[in-house]
Design a protein around this ligand. Structure first.
Ligand code: OSB
Ligand code: MG
Length: 378
C-alpha cells in the first residue's frame, strides 16, 4: 500500500437537535473527512471527530489539522505499508493526538479493506451480522422534554437509552424515566462532572437498576473511580479515562471499572480499539462501542467494531437520522425493526460518500470563529 494523495475536507455539519452535556452544548460539529488514494487509484475514507474546543478531550479539530498536515501526513506520503498496522509504527514518534491518528488510520483501513476485498468487520474480528443500537440523549431544558425524547427513541426501536447527567440534573431525571417507562435498559453518563463530594447523590442512583454509570468522576482520576466503584452496586463504566488497552489493565487492577466504553477516536484508531475490546474481554470486563456523533463515514468503523464478540452491551451507535437531516453517505445508516444496525458485508465503508452532499456542507454557513469553514481545504 503506497499512499500518493491525502485530501482533507473540512465540513460543518449541523445537528438536527442541540446535544448538551455537562461540558458543552453542541449545535453543529466540525467534521474533517480524510480521503487517501493509493497508487492504483483505489481510495479510503476516515473521519476526524475532534471538537471546536478542548472539552471532551484536549484535541480540537484545528490543532489536529495542524498535527496531520505538519507531521502525520508527510510521514505517510511515500511510505510503503504492508497493512494499516504499519501506520501505528510510523506515527509512534508523534506523542498523543489519538483522534488525528485515528482519522488517518481509518482512511488506511478502509483502503486496505477495498484492496483486499475483505469487509471491515472481518478485518476487525467481527462476527455479528447486526449490532445492537442504543441512543445517547443530551440534557434537556425540562424533564417533560426529556421524557418526550425518551418516548420517541423507544418508539423508533432503540434497545437502550443513555441520558446525560450533571450535578443537580440526575436522580430526578432517572426517577421520572423509570416511573414512566418501567424496566427499559437505562444508563447515565456524567462526562466526569461529579466528585466524591457528590457521593450521596451517586449512591441514590443505585435504587434505579441502571445498566451502568459512565465516567462519573474526572477523566484523570482512576483512583477515585476505584473508591467509588467499591461503594456502588451500579457498575461503573469508563469513557474519557481509557486511552489504551494498558489503561484497561490499570483500571481493572485498581477495580476502577466494570465496563469500558470503547471509542476508536479516543484510543488512536480502530485497530487500537479492537485491542481495548479484547483486553476488556480477557479481564472479564463488559464493553460496548461509544460514539462521538460521527457522520456516516466514522459510523462505518463503529458498526464494524461493534460486531466484535467482546461487545457485551448495546452501543451508542444510532441511525443517521438521529443526528442529521441529511447524512453524507448513501445509503444512510438505518435502524432495523429489531433495534439493530446491519453490518455491511461489502469491503470499504460499506456505504458511498455522497460527493454532492459533501459540497453542500462545505458551503455551509460559518457559525464560529476565525477559520473560514466555507472555503474548504482540498
Ligand atoms: O461521552 O459518550 C460521550 C458524544 C460526544 C462526545 C462524548 C460523548 C458523546 C455521546 C454521543 O454520548 C454518542 C453518539 O451518539 O455518538
Ligand atoms: Mg461518555
Amino acid at each position: 500500500m503506497e499512499v500518493r494523495k491525502v485530501e482533507l475536507f473540512l465540513l460543518e455539519m449541523r445537528l438536527r437537535e442541540e446535544f448538551r452535556t455537562s461540558v458543552e452544548a453542541l449545535i453543529s460539529r466540525p467534521v474533517v473527512l480524510v480521503r487517501v488514494e493509493e497508487r492504483g487509484g483505489e481510495e479510503g475514507w476516515g473521519e476526524l471527530v475532534s471538537d471546536w474546543g478542548p472539552w471532551y478531550s484536549y484535541e480540537t479539530y484545528e490543532v489536529d489539522l495542524l498535527i496531520m498536515r505538519r507531521f502525520l501526513i508527510p510521514q505517510l506520503l511515500g511510505a510503503r505499508l504492508e497493512s494499516p498496522e504499519d501506520f501505528h509504527t510510523l506515527s509512534s514518534k508523534v506523542r498523543g493526538y489519538p483522534m488525528a491518528k485515528a482519522a488517518l488510520e481509518e482512511a488506511l483501513l478502509s483502503l486496505y479493506s477495498r484492496l483486499k476485498g475483505r469487509p471491515l468487520a472481518e478485518l476487525l474480528g467481527g462476527r455479528r451480522e447486526e449490532i445492537d443500537s442504543g441512543v445517547s440523549i443530551g440534557l434537556k431544558p425540562t424533564v417533560e422534554e426529556l421524557l418526550r425524547e425518551v418516548s420517541r427513541r423507544l418508539e423508533e426501536g432503540y434497545q437502550r437509552i443513555k441520558i446525560k447527567i450533571e450535578p443537580g440534573l440526575d436522580v430526578e431525571l432517572v426517577r421520572a424515566i423509570r416511573s414512566q417507562f418501567g424496566g427499559i435498559k437505562l444508563q447515565v453518563d456524567a462526562n466526569g462532572s461529579y466528585t466524591m463530594a457528590h457521593f450521596p447523590t451517586l449512591k441514590k442512583l443505585d435504587e434505579y437498576d441502571l445498566l451502568m454509570v459512565e465516567q462519573p468522576l474526572a477523566y484523570d482520576d482512576l483512583i477515585q473511580h476505584a473508591v467509588l466503584s467499591r461503594k456502588l452496586s451500579t457498575p461503573v463504566c469508563l469513557d474519557e479515562s481509557i486511552r489504551s488497552a494498558q489503561d484497561v489493565v490499570l483500571a481493572s487492577t485498581l477495580g476502577a471499572a466494570e465496563v469500558i466504553n470503547v471509542k476508536p477516536a479516543r484510543v488512536g484508531g480502530v485497530l487500537r480499539a479492537k485491542e481495548v475490546l479484547e483486553t476488556s474481554k480477557a479481564l472479564g470486563l463488559g464493553a460496548w462501542v461509544g460514539g462521538m456523533l460521527e457522520s456516516g463515514v466514522g459510523r462505518a468503523f463503529l458498526v464494524a467494531l461493534a460486531s466484535h464478540p467482546a461487545v457485551t452491551f448495546p452501543n451508542d451507535i444510532s441511525a443517521s437520522s438521529r443526528y442529521w437531516e441529511e447524512d453524507i453517505v448513501e445509503p444512510p445508516w438505518e435502524l432495523t425493526s429489531r433495534g439493530t444496525i446491519r453490518v455491511p458485508r461489502e469491503p470499504g465503508l460499506g456505504v458511498e460518500v455522497k460527493e454532492e452532499a459533501l459540497k453542500r456542507y462545505h458551503e455551509g454557513e460559518v457559525v464560529r470563529g476565525a477559520v473560514s469553514l466555507a472555503s474548504g481545504l482540498r
